[in-house]
Design a protein around this ligand. Structure first.
Ligand code: XMP
Length: 523
């Protein structure tokens, strides 16, 4: 077990957050490089946080502010004298330039989306970055640096941004107007890599193992000797949280698993076997299949379905939780993309885009404090953590499954018979994906049952049965998605197997829409 002062002893990149939607993405890219990074809001940072904290490099993030809103921005000029390399990104580039004597003004032409960056001068920061002296970069700004600070030279320019990439190499100060952390900037990771290893001279010191120890330490500090409840769905995120909590608080963890009757085939057995029998987690199992089915009877409106399921879930959860004494904390598998559009996790001002509704809903009346150990992580990092926690690939590599379950994969009325048909079809489809080594190439795949019957012919007889829709998508984070391109043989095999094995389906169709304009789920 690593010591409690693990973070303090690690050489790190410190990211000063000015409220960008991408700040966590910068941290994630640094972690991907195997180096520890920490985010501190510009409102909260003290000079001593940098001086006494083994900071090998500073990154100033982007943000929604304007550099002239000085009352809202904290910039301690003394950081410029610490002789620590600094990389300013977007707003960070502007605030750095302004504080070094440069000028920032409203751009004549705003730049949003891809721009072509042309190389102007050689730099250690751009090693292996340019291809034929140019590179596509992703921009999102309406202000620009209009006068270079003293001692700086230009590394790269775009049509509308002359000082898109600048440096004072002697002082190891760099500013870039574009975002190297987003995947749209081809080779963006090379810039971060050059900054971290060649300029800051940091060494690899971060892995899922460290991540695990750090999170366990954090949970222990937060929870101490109190009891924690965790709503376990059997999905990757809540499973990782449950296993992490088990290691952190042991017997003080109580998990509640509600069988809504809208789960995938065998899911109930799998969850109970894994968590109760294998991991010896204190698990309360609630079989609420009948209740859910009766409340959903004759409901076809997607939003009504979601509300009924969410409310029922909270009621059951509250009822069970109230019976457990001395509960102070509620653990949730919230991930960073769940929060990314609702608020900044570091407390900086971020533009609010939409409010997030978390899985299962929060039982507000219970006044429980939240434990959200995964809230800074992305799905693939959570999966790596799950492997580190020895959760087993079967759970860790599982495709995401929505809280409302099969209810939103069955447009129209929900009946027990339809649920059974859908569970079987989904099972066959997913098993075939696994058998043909396709499962892990796909981000999410499932079968849905359409509320339409069509005519078919089987063995000279007429059939009149449901349509099964298959969906398979590739995606980075579920925010956008593309349909997966199966070959004809695979589709034929799955279609035949579903129709031959399941009474009730006589036609199989494949969804070829991306997101947007469609969503991943049907409802
Ligand atoms: P959509 O359909 O919005 O789905 O493109 C994006 C991702 O979110 C999952 N999803 C949910 N997950 N509760 C959840 O826990 C929900 O209510 C919910 N709705 C959609 C969906 O499966 C996909 O991975």
């Amino acid at each position: 077990m690593l010591k409690m002062n693990l973070e303090k002893n690690l050489n790190k990149i410190l990211i000063i957050d000015y409220g960008s939607q991408f700040t966590q993405l910068i941290a994630r890219r640094i972690r991907e490089l195997g180096v520890y990074s920490k985010i501190i809001s510009h409102n909260k940072i003290k000079l001593s946080d940098i001086k006494n904290n083994k900071v090998g490099g500073l990154i100033l993030s982007g943000g929604p502010l304007n550099v002239y809103q000085s009352s809202k921005i904290k910039f301690d000029k003394r950081i410029l004298d610490l002789e620590i390399p600094i990389l300013g990104i977007c707003f960070g580039h502007q605030i750095l330039s302004k504080n070094l004597g440069g000028k920032v003004k409203k751009s004549k032409y705003r730049e949003f989306g891809l721009a072509n960056l042309k190389k102007k001068n050689k730099s250690l920061l751009t090693r292996d970055f340019f291809n034929n002296n140019k590179c596509n970069v992703w921009m999102s700004h309406s202000d620009e640096v209009s006068k270079l600070p003293k001692g700086f030279s230009v590394i790269g320019s775009t049509k509308n941004s002359k000082f898109a990439m600048i440096e004072n190499f002697k002082k190891k100060l760099f500013g870039i107007q574009f975002h190297p952390e987003v995947t749209h900037t081809k080779n963006g990771k090379k810039i971060l890599k050059n900054f971290v290893f060649s300029i800051c001279k940091l060494k690899r010191n971060w892995s899922s193992k460290f991540q695990k120890s750090k999170l366990i330490d954090q949970v222990k500090k937060q929870v101490k000797n109190s009891k924690v409840i965790c709503a376990l769905s059997g999905g990757v995120d809540s499973s990782v949280v449950a296993k992490l909590l088990k290691e952190a608080v042991g017997k003080n963890l109580v998990c509640i698993f509600v069988n809504t009757g809208l789960l995938r085939k065998n899911e109930e057995k799998q969850v109970i076997n894994t968590f109760k029998k294998k991991f010896k987690i204190n698990l309360i199992y609630v079989n609420a299949q009948k209740l859910f089915l009766s409340k959903l009877k004759n409901v076809s409106d997607p939003e009504k379905k979601r509300k009924i399921i969410g409310n029922l879930f909270i009621k059951i959860f509250e009822k069970k939780a109230k019976k457990i004494k001395k509960i102070k904390f509620l653990a949730q598998g919230t991930l960073y993309p769940d929060l990314i559009e609702s608020k900044s996790v570091t407390g900086s001002q971020t533009s609010k885009i939409k409010s997030h509704h978390n899985v299962g809903g929060l039982p507000k009346k219970m006044k429980l404090q939240l434990v959200e150990p995964l809230k800074h992580l992305f799905k693939d990092e959570v999966r790596k953590l799950g492997i580190e926690l020895k959760l087993g690939k079967e759970i860790v590599l599982r495709h995401p499954f929505p809280g409302p379950g099969l209810a939103i994969r069955m447009p129209g009325f929900i009946t027990e018979k339809k649920i059974k048909i859908l569970q079987e079809a989904d099972y066959i489809y997913v098993e075939e994906l696994k058998k043909h080594n396709l499962y892990n190439k796909i981000w999410q795949a499932y079968a849905a049952l359409l509320p339409v019957k069509t005519v078919g012919v089987m063995g000279d007889n007429r059939t009149y049965e449901y349509i099964c829709l298959l969906r398979a998508i590739t995606s980075e984070d579920g925010m956008t998605a593309d349909f997966y391109n199966f070959n004809k043989e695979f589709m034929q095999r799955v279609s035949n197997k579903i129709i031959n094995n399941i009474r009730g389906i006589n036609r199989v169709v494949y969804d070829v829409t991306s997101k947007p304009p469609s969503t991943i789920e049907l409802e």
